[in-house]
Write a protein that binds this ligand. Structure first.
Ligand SMILES: [Zn+2]
Length: 464
């Protein structure tokens, strides 16, 4: 999102007619729509959701009571994962991506590890991955499918039965499957590309991490969950004598193409390593708050040289403005200081930072990346066919939330409710809270839940 907001006037008469038609059955709406659409709107670059697990949406509103921890929440998450089939996941992801798009997210990095049947046997022809690609195409959101390597249930622990469908057996097998997926999806859609992820240092043994560092093509964006929980750090230190960040450095994975997700519990040395390597760091502030993870050192990481980006992760809420705001609010609460990130920096995290993390402006670390990293430039080398800088949202500047706001301070006042229009690749995909072809995302998720009732919440205790 450009912080130099520009006015964009009302849409053409066809859209005005559409608004009148749509409002005919909703008394009182016509006047509001006419007023808001005649007002100059504020244009912002398209927010990029750099960390998503689409199926975690099933947990919204069902895990927030009764206490617990990240680890008890994870048991409920496994139960949700067990229910997925390619057919159901395509429908669920379509609903989630539609909500994401109407909230203003124009691109998503889907950290995807539900690859196989529950018994670990593979689906034919990348069925789960194709389901997610079709969902993104149906919505019109830009998707970078971060196909994830997941091999272990913890340090020196095999996968549990509920994790079996996540696993590929070895880094070599995953590298082969990921490359085949990349080839299978190549050319199918300008909206979809295939990236990579290693789930975490607890889920991928050290030798397998080394193999990824050596053999994953260098232009592929790579993501990893990093130090979300103190327990991961303690287990890593006990098993390897290194922090998770130190371990990633040892195996050769710290580089500009790496995105570290969460990066919550870091030592000063970790911060320096991540900054010096010019990694991207994907903060997920609403998720980290909801799960009680802690507040990561985002300002220190940015000062050290990392690029800060944002993700909604578990989708307890889907709202790019709430992520921007929560990033700054966490910093203020921890530091007792206002203005830790300027509104322009928050906007850059949601836009240029996310594009860098997902490789939408070409591989991170190339010469153009310096401009992307340190300013709000619109680098378009590399994957120029994606034209990411054409993705944008138009915002209502005169809602109850935004009236009176200086345009460049909207990251601290607006919400997804203020998104008037969402444009990806030159095509409008959402307008005033509804998807242009799929309608109200609430109807989509309600219909999904009607046909796929959720299992009862797990009562299992903490598990590592
Ligand atoms: Zn995650």
């Amino acid at each position: 999102m450009s912080t130099t907001a520009s006015a964009d006037h009302a849409p053409n008469s066809r859209r005005d007619t559409s608004n009148r038609d749509a409002s005919a059955t909703i008394p009182g709406r016509t006047e509001v729509s006419r007023r808001t659409w005649r007002t100059p709107l504020v244009r912002m670059d398209g927010p990029v959701n750099a960390h998503s697990h689409a199926f975690h949406r099933l947990l919204r509103g069902r895990t927030h009571g009764g206490g617990g921890s990240f680890w008890t929440w994870r048991e409920a998450m496994y139960s949700a994962a067990a229910s997925l089939t390619p057919e159901s996941y395509e429908r669920l992801a379509t609903a989630v991506f539609a909500e994401m798009a109407t909230a203003g997210w124009t691109a998503v990095g889907e950290f995807h590890y539900v690859h196989h049947n529950p018994d670990a046997s593979p689906y034919p022809d990348h069925a789960m991955e194709r389901a997610l690609a079709r969902a993104a195409q149906a919505v019109g959101i830009r998707l970078v499918l971060l196909d994830t390597l997941y091999l272990a249930g913890g340090f020196d622990q095999p996968l549990s039965s509920e994790q079996a469908r996540f696993g590929d057996g070895s880094a070599a097998a995953w590298l082969e499957r990921r490359a085949a997926l990349d080839a299978a999806l190549a050319g199918e859609s300008d909206l979809v590309s295939v990236g990579a992820a290693v789930h975490s240092v607890r889920a991928v043994p050290v030798d397998e991490l080394r193999r990824v560092a050596a053999e994953l093509p260098p232009e592929v964006p790579l993501h990893v969950h990093l130090s979300e929980q103190p327990k991961e750090n303690a287990d890593c230190l006990a098993a390897t004598g290194r922090t998770p960040t130190g371990l990633l450095a040892d195996v050769g994975l710290l580089s500009p193409r790496l995105s570290a997700v969460h990066a919550t519990h870091l030592t000063d040395e970790d911060v320096a390593l991540l900054g010096d390597a010019r990694v991207s760091v994907v903060m997920c502030p609403t998720t980290e708050a909801d799960l009680g993870d802690g507040i990561g050192p985002a300002r220190a990481l940015a000062d050290a040289g990392a690029t800060i980006t944002l993700g909604s992760d578990q989708h307890a809420v889907l709202d790019p403005f709430l992520e921007m705001r929560a990033l700054e609010h966490g910093e203020r609460l921890a530091s007792l200081t206002r203005g830790r990130f300027t509104p322009a920096e928050l906007a850059a995290a949601a836009t240029t930072g996310g594009r860098r993390s997902l490789g939408l402006d070409g591989p991170a670390g190339n010469p153009a990346d310096d401009a992307t990293n340190h300013a709000s430039a619109h680098a378009t080398t590399g994957h120029a066919a994606n034209h990411p800088s054409t993705d944008h949202v138009l915002l209502h500047p005169d809602s109850a939330r935004t009236a009176g706001s200086l345009p460049d301070q909207l990251p601290l006042t607006a919400s997804a409710q203020d998104v008037a229009s969402v444009v990806v690749g030159g095509r409008e995909i959402a307008r005033d809270g509804a998807h242009v072809s799929l309608g109200d995302p609430g109807d989509l998720i309600t219909a999904y839940l009607r046909d796929h009732p959720l299992p009862a919440p797990s009562s299992k205790g903490v598990s590592s």
